[in-house]
Design a protein around this ligand. Structure first.
Ligand SMILES: N[C@@H](CCC(=O)N[C@@H](CS)C(=O)NCC(=O)O)C(=O)O
Length: 225
């Protein structure tokens, strides 16, 4: 199928950057890491801006092709590099639809609308940049818990993973959000606790955490001009 891939991953240190590291470890892919961090000025260099005008991490280079957005990178890797022995994406149309639904739900509702809002407005996170807003932080945490009901109901049938008995990249996205919520002191639903413990035992998860260093400090380092 594919010749030996030439993969370079830009970015370490955040809940978003760990996602593609994890997907690559699950898939057994060799890759180079460019360990640039958020708000260090490293996303704003001319070299990096040429690759990613959004000046955000993570970013994957696959040969002469670049893709940004953590969830898109993980979906791309899943589609491109899954094998019969190790696949992060469902095959049947119905399962694929359910997987898509999970991925979009997690990114839109749990990440962008809840946890990232908390991050932007917490005094000990990006609040000094975007505005410290305790009421907004509290509401976003509440919204996260409400939305997590979808996860609680799905996991109630005892399934091991979001898609049933098979680990997929939707589990990568969910796990990173659950961990982020725990770090922010937002309670996660009952069925998510054993799910999270189980998933964190995976070798690829542990390898990805080790690869995703140095971790960015919670309180932002002012970006260099
Ligand atoms: N939706 C994007 C968000 C990426 C993002 O916001 N990355 C932050 C760090 S978590 C970043 O690179 N900020 C620019 C900087 O701090 O220099 C994704 O999931 O990849």
């Amino acid at each position: 199928m594919n010749a030996t891939p030439n993969l370079t991953l830009w970015g370490v240190g955040t809940s978003r950057t760990v996602r593609p590291h994890w997907a690559m470890h699950e898939l057994g892919l060799a890759y180079e890491t460019k360990p640039i961090g958020p708000r260090t000025g490293e996303t704003k260099t001319a070299e990096y801006t040429k690759l990613n005008p959004r000046q955000k991490i993570p970013l994957l280079q696959d040969g002469d092709f670049c893709i940004g957005e953590s969830a898109a990178i993980v979906a791309y890797l899943s589609r491109m590099y899954s094998t019969k022995e190790c696949s992060l994406i469902p095959e049947t149309t119905r399962d694929y639809a359910a997987w898509l639904e999970w991925c979009f739900f997690i990114v839109a509702e749990l990440d962008s609308t809840s946890l990232y809002v908390m991050r932007r407005h917490r005094a000990d996170a990006l609040g000094p940049i975007y505005g410290i807003a305790p009421e907004v932080v509290a509401q976003a945490g509440e919204y996260f818990r409400q939305q997590l009901r979808h996860v609680e109901v799905a996991l109630a049938d005892g399934r091991q993973f979001l898609m049933g008995d098979r680990f997929t990249s939707a589990d990568i996205l969910l796990t990173t959000c659950l961990e982020w919520a725990v770090a922010y002191g937002v309670g996660i639903c009952d069925n998510a606790q054993p799910y999270l413990e189980r998933i964190k035992k995976r070798d690829a998860y542990q390898q990805a955490v080790a690869a995703n260093v140095p971790m960015a400090p919670i309180t932002p380092v002012p970006a260099k001009a």
